[in-house]
Design a protein around this ligand. Structure first.
Ligand code: NAD
Length: 294
């Protein structure tokens, strides 16, 4: 099978790396050529968008930072949609607006291609360990076709519903995660201000009704959880910039159906404030620094 992979950032590079097997030829492309070099060293083929060579690929995967990069790649400046063979399978794993995903599905359908929006959950660690969850939107047939490919990069391939549903599910999940992070960080700052030990308070809440994924796996207080980004100066993990982007997508997605998301709106404002304080490249759990300011 020949696969073309676009976008070799924190997530895309390890994901493309898992696809390099004797059974696959993997063509790789990124705007940053140094990222391509790393994958070529692992056995991938360098993809030149203007050449004919990669057009034998029948699976196209993209892992791009935002919706405008998806538009640029598929139908704006790079127009790869016009270069891909009819019948090919398009898997967009980027976190983008459901309307961008639906546009991609429509353009794929017009050209006789099969498409899935398949954003991921699990972060850079999940991409490296091939344990990602794919939240998929599209037909059952597209999902069946994509499953064996996605299973090289992740553990769970989940069907959210028709075109765009994967993107909706991803945005709902990340909005909930941001709210959970802010709530957990706020509770910890209050307890510590009253003299409680953050590790003790975390353990108490983990065993009470406040228990949640952030307390279990991603504690924002430095030193409480050695494996969490908070314990390595908020480096690595999921950046404030990306969480801010996802909360903006939640607003747009809510506006499309006139659904109020008051806590999502507040979370967006708090992350905007935090980002403007110079924390954009830190892990999103660093929001606790902004909450600690009296
Ligand atoms: P990143 O910024 O590290 O990588 C994006 C890559 O895409 C960059 O290397 C960039 O040069 C490349 N790129 C941009 N436009 C391109 C184009 N037109 N053609 C080819 N390459 C192009 O981002 P990331 O952390 O890998 O995240 C990718 C996507 O996954 C985002 O949508 C993000 O929201 C989502 N996501 C990220 C995480 C995470 O923990 N980092 C977790 C889940 C989902």
């Amino acid at each position: 099978m020949e696969i073309a992979f676009f976008g070799l950032g924190h997530m895309g590079a390890p994901m493309a790396g898992h696809l390099i097997t004797p059974a696959h030829t993997v063509w790789v492309y990124d705007l940053d050529a140094t990222k391509v070099d790393d994958l070529v060293r692992q056995g991938a083929q360098r993809l030149d968008p203007d050449s004919e060579a990669w057009r034998s690929a029948t699976v196209i995967i993209s892992m791009l930072p935002h919706g405008s990069a998806v538009e640029q790649l598929y139908w704006d400046s790079m127009k790869i949609m016009d270069k891909v063979k009819p019948g090919s399978l398009i898997l967009d794993c980027s976190t983008v607006s459901p309307s961008t995903s639906r546009q991609l599905h429509a353009k794929a359908q017009e050209r006789g291609m099969v498409c899935l929006d398949a954003p991921v959950s699990g972060g850079v660690g999940g991409a490296q360990a091939a344990t990602l969850s794919f939240l998929c939107g599209g037909s059952t047939e597209a999902l069946q076709q994509a499953r064996p490919i996605l299973e090289h990069m992740g553990q769970h391939v989940l069907h959210a519903g028709p075109a765009g549903s994967g993107s909706v599910a991803k945005i709902c999940n990340n909005m909930l995660l941001a709210i959970q992070m802010i709530g957990t960080a706020e509770a910890l700052t209050l307890g510590v201000a009253h003299g409680l030990d953050p590790a003790v308070l975390s353990e108490l809440m983990r065993n009470s009704s406040g228990q949640n994924w952030v307390l279990d796996r991603y504690n924002p207080w430095p030193g409480v959880m050695p494996s969490a980004p908070a314990s390595r100066d908020y480096q690595g993990g999921f950046s404030v910039q990306l969480m801010h982007k996802d909360l903006g997508l939640a607003q747009d997605t809510a506006a499309q159906v006139q659904q109020g998301i008051p806590l999502g709106a507040l979370a967006l404002q708090l992350y905007a404030l935090h980002q403007s304080g110079g924390h954009q490249h830190e892990d999103f759990s660093s929001i606790i620094k902004t909450l600690m300011v009296p």
